[in-house]
Design a protein around this ligand. Structure first.
Ligand SMILES: [Zn+2]
Length: 131
């Protein structure tokens, strides 16, 4: 199981991959087109459950949960919190030690992805959802 963070009103993008059936009209994945289409919204990212909960606690979400929504009005505060984490490597390292083992690169990666997602959401006047 995993938790996805995304901005519901952000534009979505589609990725096409060749289907393994090579165009079988009975294929339930591509319906004979030979291409599978996966859509995702801009900024969307997916993490393992444990990391999803850790990220929520680390970033100060009100209640770590399987799913939820932060309203647009709270995203400016969230963005400022993320920026202050980013500007304070010792706090980021502490967060990494506390929640992600000693893998600071991973913590940095999550921070970068979340910051990008918050900016996408604010630009699209979207709340931020996870689930
Ligand atoms: Zn197919």
């Amino acid at each position: 199981m995993s938790i996805t963070f995304w901005a519901p009103k952000a534009p979505s993008s589609e990725s096409k991959f060749p289907c393994l059936c090579e165009g079988d009209p009975q294929c339930s994945f591509c319906k004979g087109t030979g291409e599978e289409i996966f859509s995702s919204s801009l900024g969307e990212f997916n993490v393992a459950n444990g990391s999803g909960f850790a990220i929520q606690r680390w970033l100060g979400f009100p209640e770590p949960d399987w799913g939820g929504t932060l309203p647009l009005a709270k995203l400016e505060i969230l963005e400022q919190g993320l920026l202050s984490l980013q500007e304070d490597p010792r706090r980021l390292a502490f967060g990494a030690d506390l929640h992600f083992g000693s893998n600071q690169d991973r913590a940095n990666g999550y921070l970068t992805k979340m910051l990008a997602l918050v900016r996408v959401a604010r630009k699209a006047s979207s709340p931020l959802s996870w689930g």
